[in-house]
Design a protein around this ligand. Structure first.
Ligand SMILES: Nc1nc2c(ncn2[C@@H]2O[C@H](COP(=O)(O)OP(=O)(O)OP(=O)(O)O)[C@@H](O)[C@H]2O)c(=O)[nH]1
Ligand SMILES: [Mg+2]
Ligand SMILES: [Zn+2]
Length: 292
């Protein structure tokens, strides 16, 4: 039988199958054979253990389109990163780290600022403009007032999207709003395996319609930058690319080099000072790591 892992908790995998619905599975065989760990989003083969108890064993993981390290999910088309415009106040350093991590993993990212009911139009526009200028699609939502939800749905249509962001920004609230017709079904599922928890502890795949899926994931509060060379870092800041050809030196890191196109763009306000500062800080981290 074929199925898709929609949730994993403490060694159990919840596999959705067309034939029998949700099955509670273990993955003993796979661990033994080649030490591969199944991920939420994996397409798997399942061997039925008990039809009555709806239990099974995962015997095979099908080839993945991709697998993310953090959040640990497989087969996603894109990421939707949600930050709150306020409460909690957006941590742009964390957002820039997330964007970098996704660029590194070659996953297209949509940015969402939620809770726009809590801040002024000017504040929202400032945030949106920074990331818009980097080429990221930005959507503005309020789960409380049901704003921006249609726009979000349009970006998710026919794709599998991993939803990520810090804790308390409204990820689950937005996911609930876009569930529509499948909401009841998902509720029933989550009641069975979630025991009424409010804070998301485990990644979970939720069907929106037959070809649209989202993965709700637990909030994160820090992100380590992946291992890379110093010169690589700039390639994950898409807005630098336009100005780099102006730099006098090949392999310019845009730090203290003279005649630097990126620094010039920064001075002219064409590159966000905050983004540049985060670039500089992450560069320090990469350099610090090398010493050991
Ligand atoms: N004012 C306002 N409050 C919101 C909005 N969206 C969510 N909230 C509230 O923010 C709190 C956190 O919402 P959740 O949806 O649980 O946040 P989460 O991102 O899923 O949090 P974790 O599961 O812990 O990662 C709840 O009390 C929500 O009611 C919004 O647009 N405006
Ligand atoms: Mg949540
Ligand atoms: Zn430069």
């Amino acid at each position: 039988m074929q199925g898709k892992i929609i949730k994993g908790i403490a060694g159990f995998y919840y596999v959705y199958t067309k034939e029998l619905g949700l099955l509670e599975c273990k993955a003993k065989g796979i661990f033994r054979k080649d030490k591969r760990k199944p991920l939420v989003g994996d397409n798997v083969c399942v061997e039925l253990i008990s039809r009555e108890d709806r239990t099974g064993n995962i015997t095979e993981i099908q080839q993945r389109d991709n697998a993310l390290i953090r959040p640990a999910v497989a087969n996603v088309d894109q990421a939707l990163v949600i930050f709150a415009a306020a409460r909690p106040k957006p941590n742009f350093n964390l957002l820039d780290r997330f964007l970098l991590t996704m660029e590194y993993q070659q996953v297209h990212t949509v940015i969402c600022f939620n809770k726009i009911d809590m801040v002024s139009r000017e504040e929202i526009d400032d945030m949106a403009d920074i990331y818009d200028a980097c080429g990221y699609p930005v959507i503005l939502t309020s789960a409380r007032d049901n704003r921006g939800v249609e726009e979000m749905l349009a970006l998710l249509k026919k794709k599998t999207t991993v939803v990520a962001g810090p804790s308390g920004v409204g990820k689950s609230s937005l996911v609930n709003l876009i569930q529509g017709d499948t909401k009841m079904e998902t509720r029933a599922v989550s009641e069975k395996i979630q025991r009424g928890r409010h804070t998301t502890r485990h990644s979970q795949m939720i069907p929106i319609d037959s070809d649209t899926f989202i993965l709700d994931t637990p909030g994160f509060s820090s992100l380590n930058v992946p291992d890379m060379e110093e010169v690589e870092l700039q390639t994950f800041f898409p807005e630098f690319a336009k100005y780099e050809p102006v730099c006098r030196f090949q392999g310019c890191l845009h730090l203290k080099e003279p005649d630097c196109g990126v620094k010039q763009a920064l001075e002219e306000g064409k590159i966000s000072a905050g983004r540049y500062e985060n670039y500089r800080q992450i560069m320090e981290e990469i350099r610090g790591r090398k010493k050991y």
